[in-house]
Design a protein around this ligand. Structure first.
Ligand code: ASP
Length: 358
């Protein structure tokens, strides 16, 4: 379990470092803060912000990763962090930051979302996504999309313009078309690696069932992945965004936890923002996102403890995966019960942290 308080770091640097370049810039927005006493603590608090991202949890082992591959994953995560950080730094919204970070990961073939989505048992790609605004509790979710290049942006459009919370399949894509969201041919989502993972699972299925076609277990690296972002902006607003191609060899029409508000995606300014990755069926049954928020709101639990309790519940049901979360103070939690989770966070001073293994 990783747990970091970005907030503490921020205050430590902000209060004592006229000389730290990134934060010195930040502080220029606070009029003559360094020369005049007393320092306006409320203003300083408003300057708090934070961003956490993930690119999926699973069996990710150092021994099976080439240096080149690892470099590519890390670079992709850093690009996503940068996209979100630039928005938050200049006072933009957590919704914009999470959407932008997720779009970068959707465009990167290494991650199971958008371009790099896994294949269904029918050899097609079907994507789910969701976004939630912690300030208003407005949410938008999309499921079983086949042609939307960036599902997270359609989720946002559903939230802002449809009058609904969740839309799926052809109806969602018609709504996308009407509103100028980019649609692409299914060919766009083809990647050799994902195709091979499907063939591997199909072969294993045949082997183990003698061709009967019953469900079988395969490493989670072959099976799934997801991308997500959670953020706190300078106005104290939290947001969560998650996007996925789902699980390899899923039945067409299967929907995971990602677009289920309160399961794979949740945000509430009173508590926290959460984005999950893992065996979706279990994350839905364990109501992960909503439970973390409820444990904080009703039990007064810390973010760290609440996140762990929710993930333990997934594990108890038999599920694996992880999640990222941030609370209204800027504290973050990134627990996972797999051997790895692609993940990263950024301090308000612009220091990026990217991690993969336990
Ligand atoms: N949670 C995703 C789903 O079940 C997959 C994953 O995150 O690995 O669709």
């Amino acid at each position: 379990m990783s747990y970091v308080s970005i907030t503490n770091c921020f205050f430590a640097i902000a209060l004592f470092s006229a000389g730290a370049p990134p934060l010195a810039n930040e502080q220029q927005t606070s009029p003559k803060a360094s020369n005049e006493a007393p320092i306006d603590q409320r203003k300083m608090q408003n300057e708090k912000f934070g961003l956490v991202i993930h690119g999926g949890a699973g069996t990710i082992e150092r021994s099976k990763m080439t240096p080149q591959k690892e470099h590519e994953y890390r670079a992709g995560l850093e690009r996503a962090l940068r996209a979100g950080y630039e928005i938050l730094k200049r006072g933009g919204s957590s919704l914009d930051a999470t959407e932008s970070a997720v779009r970068v990961l959707e465009d990167d073939p290494h991650f199971n979302a958008g371009k790099g989505s896994v294949f269904t048992s029918a050899g097609t790609n079907e994507m789910d996504a969701a976004i939630m605004d912690g300030k208003t509790l407005a949410a938008g979710a999309v499921a079983a999309l086949k042609h939307v290049k960036n599902p997270i942006s359609l989720a946002r459009l559903v939230m802002e313009k449809s009058g609904h919370v969740m839309m799926d399949g052809e109806g969602a894509e018609a709504f996308a078309r009407e509103n100028g969201i980019e649609l692409v041919d299914q060919k766009y989502f083809f990647t050799q690696e994902r195709w091979e993972a499907l063939q591997k699972i199909k072969a294993a299925e045949k082997d183990r069932t003698g061709g009967a076609g019953k469900a079988v277990f395969i490493t989670d690296q072959d099976r799934h992945g997801t991308v997500g972002a959670v953020a706190l902006d300078k106005n104290g607003n939290l947001a969560a965004a998650t996007s996925t191609g789902g699980t390899t060899n899923k039945r067409p029409g299967r929907v995971g936890d990602t677009p289920v508000i309160g399961a794979g995606t949740y945000a509430n300014n009173a508590t926290c923002a959460v984005s999950a990755t893992g065996d979706g069926e279990y994350f839905i049954r364990a109501s992960v996102g909503n439970n973390i928020s409820a444990l904080i709101e009703y039990r007064g639990m810390s973010l760290k403890d609440a996140a762990q309790v929710a993930l333990d519940r997934v594990a108890k049901l038999g599920g694996t995966g992880g999640l990222i979360a941030i609370d209204r103070e800027g504290s973050i939690a990134l627990p996972f019960n797999t051997s790895g989770m692609y993940r990263g966070y950024v301090y308000p001073n612009g220091k990026f942290v990217v991690e993969i293994y336990k």
